[in-house]
Design a protein around this ligand. Structure first.
Ligand SMILES: Nc1ncnc2c1ncn2[C@@H]1O[C@H](COP(=O)(O)OP(=O)(O)O)[C@@H](O)[C@H]1O
Ligand SMILES: [Mg+2]
Length: 327
């Protein structure tokens, strides 16, 4: 079922509570898709990166090969935040009068610490990875951070696009104002002919700023379109059949639905065996109840169950065996 979904999409997100198996399942699905002949990119957006640990390989902001037809990359939150803030600085410098640059710098220093900045930065990187990745890869698999963070992330492209829209509108107003002021000074200076040449530095600066703003707005609009296109993108919720993960998954589903993101599969990981002693059999019965609660609340979303493994899930071979269980 899960492989069906992966086979019919170009972008998959894996989300859920911390420790439920997002990284393991996302890796297994990525590997299975690569084995089926698709070129796959696995992207970790979780600040607590464990993709590298799972694959026993150093993975960083540069793409590395994990297996045949499977590459991996980790979005580094701090570097991403720095890049994002300098893009924002450039944008704000361009729309604010020059004497307020000190204010802009102070604001940016504060926003580095404020909630939402990491998400906005991560989002900017996701947009970049998608834009480039979709040209090269058949499937992009995102291993995301725990639920709260990710559901906010999914609603953000809309907010960012309208923020850029607002800046553009302000820009338009100040351009008109600037043009009027320049018109006045031109008249008094009688230098109309010179100022009207296409090399007017102010006109060129305005054009450059406008292009930057439009470029960033389009980036977020494209991201919003990609996330909202259920034929292209789907979200997989990973959970354990326990009370809190089930409740959190219902909440995550609700946020995703509100953000217009297609939820294609529920992966119930670490299912206890029924034939390995009374203790685990009892646990399995309890899990069955939580699973029933989940499917009762979310009818119509396919469910994939994965067993609790006896050993540690680490290394390419272990991921391979986990991927075999998806068939
Ligand atoms: N089905 C499973 N059986 C046993 N251990 C598992 C299973 N799935 C994941 N694990 C282990 O649980 C831990 C958390 O898994 P991970 O994929 O890193 O979760 P997340 O990315 O959601 O935080 C890891 O040590 C992993 O090896
Ligand atoms: Mg993880």
């Amino acid at each position: 079922m899960l492989l069906d979904l992966a086979g019919r999409r170009r972008v998959l997100f894996f989300g859920g509570k911390g420790g439920v198996g997002k990284t393991s399942v996302a890796s297994a699905v990525g590997l299975a898709a690569a084995r089926s002949g698709r070129k796959v990119l696995l992207v970790s957006t979780d600040p607590a990166h464990n993709l590298g640990h799972l694959w026993q390989q150093t993975i960083g902001p540069e793409v590395v090969a994990l297996a045949d037809d499977l590459d991996g990359v980790e979005i580094d939150p701090d570097a991403t935040t720095d890049e994002h803030l300098s893009a924002v600085r450039e944008t704000l410098y361009s729309v604010m009068p020059e004497h307020l640059r000190g204010e802009v710098d102070r604001y940016l220093k504060l926003s580095r610490q404020s909630p939402g900045t990491h998400e906005a930065a991560t989002l900017e990187r996701i947009a970049g990875v998608l834009q480039m990745g979709l040209l090269t890869y058949d499937l992009i698999v995102f291993d995301t951070a725990p639920s709260g963070h990710t559901s906010r992330l999914m609603a953000l492209p809309e907010i960012m696009a309208s923020w850029m829209e607002g800046l553009l509108r302000n820009r338009q107003k100040s351009e008109k104002f600037g043009a009027a002021v320049r018109g006045l000074t031109r008249d008094t200076n009688r230098s109309r002919l010179v100022d009207d040449t296409p090399h007017d530095p102010l006109v060129e600066r305005d054009l450059r700023i406008r292009r930057t703003l439009i470029g960033r707005r389009e980036k977020f609009e494209r991201l919003r379109d990609t996330l909202g296109d259920g034929e292209l993108t789907s979200f997989v919720i990973v959970l354990a059949a326990e009370r809190l993960p089930v409740l959190e998954s219902l909440e995550l589903h609700e946020h995703l639905r509100a953000a217009g993101v297609h939820v294609g599969e529920l992966v119930v990981n670490r299912r206890s065996p029924s034939d390995a002693g009374e203790f685990l059999a009892q646990r399995r019965e309890l899990e069955d109840q939580f699973l029933e609660m989940l499917t009762g609340k979310l009818p119509g979303i396919p469910v994939t169950e994965l067993p609790l493994l006896p050993g540690e899930l680490v290394g390419a071979e272990a991921v391979g065996r986990f991927a075999d269980m998806l068939d």
